[in-house]
Design a protein around this ligand. Structure first.
Ligand code: ZN
Length: 479
C-alpha cells in the first residue's frame, strides 16, 4: 500500500517537473537581434531650443491657482520664432489661450490621423529645494552633454523634439501620408481640464477619430531592470483608474483637559491605519503578464522556470512585485491618505475629523469595489465614506500591442536602441492622453528617452543624446 502511494507520488512529481520544464524551455523568445543606427549627440540648435524653452517659466502652481500668463505668452512667441516652417505650413488652433493644436495636412486625408502630444507646463520648484540644485532650476544650462532645468524631461523635451522633427521634415518638403495633429496642453500638471480635456472633446465633436494618440509615459528603462542587463522600452497601453474617497468622523469635542476615551481624530486615525495595514487583493493583469513574457528570456534559468509557470508560482511572483513600490503599484489598487484635516486650536478637541484617500485602480477592479473594500476594512459606522464623484476615472481599456501603430513604434525602437526588449506597460500615473481613450483605439505612451532623472524633483536634466534620439524617433515615425 505504502509502496503504491509512493509510486503515485513519484509519478505526479515527474509529471509536474516535466510541465515546469516544458513551459520553461518552450517559452517564445522576445529578444530579437537587430542592427541599430548610431544616434549622434551634437550640441546643435535643438539643444539650444530646449535650453531656451526651459528658461521660460511656464509653471502650473495648482488647480485653482492662477498662472503667469506673460510666461505662457512668451512660450508661444518662442515657438513661433523657433519653428517658422511649422507656423507657416501648419494651421494652429488655440484652446483656452495657451493650449495648441497644429494640423499638418497629409496626402490621403481619408486615412484616420495620428496625434502627437506633449505639454508645455511644468511643476514648480520648491523654494526650499532651489539651493540643492547643481544649477539654477530654470537656467537651461548645457553642461556635460546634458541640458538642465525644470521641464527638461517633463515634458518640454517632447514638445521640442516634436517641433524639431516636423520643422526638419518641412525643410525637406516632406508631406506625411495622413493628417498629423500636434497637440500641446498647458495644464497637464494640474488636471488637463483646460487643455487636453477641451481639445480632445473638439476631436470627438468633429468626428475625428485618431488611429493613434502618442503621449508621454513609457520610456527606455534600464535602472528598474538591472538584473536583465539590458534596457527595456516600455510603451504604455492602458492606465489605472482614479478615485478619491472622503472620510469623515463627527463626535462631539470639548476641552482638551478632560478628553473622552475616543475622539473624532482617534476614530479617523484607526480607520486610516486599517486602510494602510493590508493591500487590496491584487492580480497580474494581461499587460503585466505580457511584460513578464517579453522580459523572461533574459532572466536566469530559475527565474525563467518560475515566470513560465504562473499557474503554480503566481503568489511568489506577486510577492516579488510587491517588494518595490513601482512594481507593487502595477499589481495592486493603491490606497493612500493624501489630505488629513482636524482641529483649530491646541486646547480644543475637534468635533469633526476628515481625510481624503487617493486610490489608483487596477484594471479589472472598479471605484465601487474600492469603496466597498475600504468600508469593509474600516468596519466602523462612525466613519462616513464617500466617493468624490468629480474625479472618478475607471481603469482604461487596453490599446492592442498587435496594432499597426504599436508595431511601428516597436520597430523604430529596435532599430535605434541596441540590445533592447520592447514591451507594453500599464501606466500607474495619469497623463493628458487619458482624455482621448474614448475616441481612439490606440492611445500609447512612450518617449524615446532613457533612464531620465529628476523630473518633478531636484536636478531635472536630459542628455543631448536623448533629445536627439527623440527627434530621430518622431522623424522616423512620421516618415
Ligand atoms: Zn508630464
Amino acid at each position: 500500500m505504502f509502496k503504491k502511494i509512493f509510486k503515485l507520488f513519484a509519478i505526479v512529481l515527474v509529471v509536474l517537473f516535466g510541465v515546469l520544464l516544458y513551459n520553461t524551455i518552450t517559452l517564445n523568445s522576445a529578444i530579437i537581434p537587430h542592427k541599430t543606427v548610431e544616434i549622434p549627440a551634437n550640441k546643435d540648435s535643438s539643444a539650444i531650443h530646449l535650453s531656451q524653452a526651459i528658461q521660460i517659466k511656464t509653471v502650473s502652481f495648482g488647480d485653482t491657482l492662477p498662472i503667469d500668463t506673460t510666461e505662457f505668452l512668451k512660450f508661444r512667441k518662442f515657438l513661433e520664432t523657433s519653428y517658422p516652417l511649422v507656423h507657416s505650413k501648419l494651421s494652429r488652433q488655440v484652446f483656452n489661450e495657451f493650449s495648441y493644436v497644429y494640423k499638418w495636412v497629409g496626402k490621403d486625408t481619408t486615412l484616420a490621423p495620428y496625434v502627437l502630444m506633449g505639454h508645455t507646463d511644468v511643476v514648480p520648484v520648491e523654494a526650499a529645494s532651489e539651493s540643492k540644485w547643481s544649477v539654477p532650476s530654470f537656467s537651461g544650462a548645457i553642461k556635460n552633454d546634458t541640458i538642465w532645468g525644470r521641464g527638461a524631461v517633463d515634458d518640454k523635451v517632447a514638445v521640442i523634439a516634436i517641433m524639431e522633427s516636423v520643422e526638419q521634415l518641412l525643410a525637406q518638403n516632406f508631406t506625411p501620408n495622413r493628417n498629423i495633429y500636434l497637440c500641446f496642453g498647458h495644464d497637464e500638471e494640474v488636471s488637463g481640464k483646460r487643455g487636453a480635456k477641451i481639445y480632445s472633446a473638439w476631436f470627438a465633436n468633429n468626428n475625428i477619430k485618431p488611429a493613434l494618440v502618442l503621449d508621454e509615459g513609457g520610456q527606455i528603462d534600464q535602472q528598474h531592470f538591472k538584473r536583465l542587463n539590458k534596457p527595456v522600452a516600455v510603451i504604455g497601453t492602458n492606465e489605472k483608474g482614479y478615485v478619491n474617497l472622503d472620510l469623515m468622523v463627527e463626535i462631539p469635542g470639548g476641552h482638551s483637559s478632560m478628553p473622552s476615551p475616543e475622539t473624532a481624530i482617534d476614530v479617523l486615525n484607526k480607520a486610516l491605519v486599517n486602510i494602510r495595514a493590508k493591500q487590496m487583493p491584487g492580480d497580474i493583469t494581461p499587460t503585466v503578464h505580457e511584460l513578464i513574457k517579453r522580459t523572461r528570456p533574459a532572466e536566469s534559468f530559475m527565474s525563467k522556470l518560475v515566470l513560465s509557470n504562473l499557474w503554480l508560482f503566481k503568489p511568489l511572483v506577486m510577492g516579488q512585485f510587491e517588494k518595490v513600490k513601482e512594481s507593487s503599484a502595477m499589481v495592486h489598487t493603491t490606497l493612500v491618505p493624501t489630505i488629513v484635516k482636524a482641529g483649530i486650536k491646541d486646547n480644543v478637541i475637534p468635533s469633526v475629523a476628515k481625510a481624503t484617500i487617493n486610490s489608483r485602480i487596477l484594471p479589472g477592479q472598479t471605484s465601487d469595489e474600492v469603496l466597498a473594500y475600504v468600508t469593509k476594512v474600516v468596519n466602523d459606522d462612525r466613519v462616513v465614506i464617500k466617493k468624490q464623484t468629480i474625479s472618478i476615472m475607471e481603469p482604461s481599456a487596453v490599446s492592442s500591442f498587435e496594432s499597426e501603430p504599436f508595431k511601428k513604434i516597436e520597430n523604430i525602437i529596435y532599430a535605434s536602441v541596441p540590445n533592447v526588449i520592447v514591451s507594453p506597460f500599464l501606466m500607474i500615473g495619469a497623463t493628458d492622453s487619458r482624455y482621448f481613450r474614448n475616441n481612439s483605439e490606440a492611445v500609447l505612451n512612450f518617449s524615446a528617452v532613457q533612464d531620465v532623472k529628476g523630473f518633478h524633483g531636484i536636478d531635472e536634466r536630459i542628455g543631448i543624446k536623448d533629445l536627439q534620439r527623440m527627434i530621430y524617433f518622431y522623424k522616423e515615425f512620421l516618415k
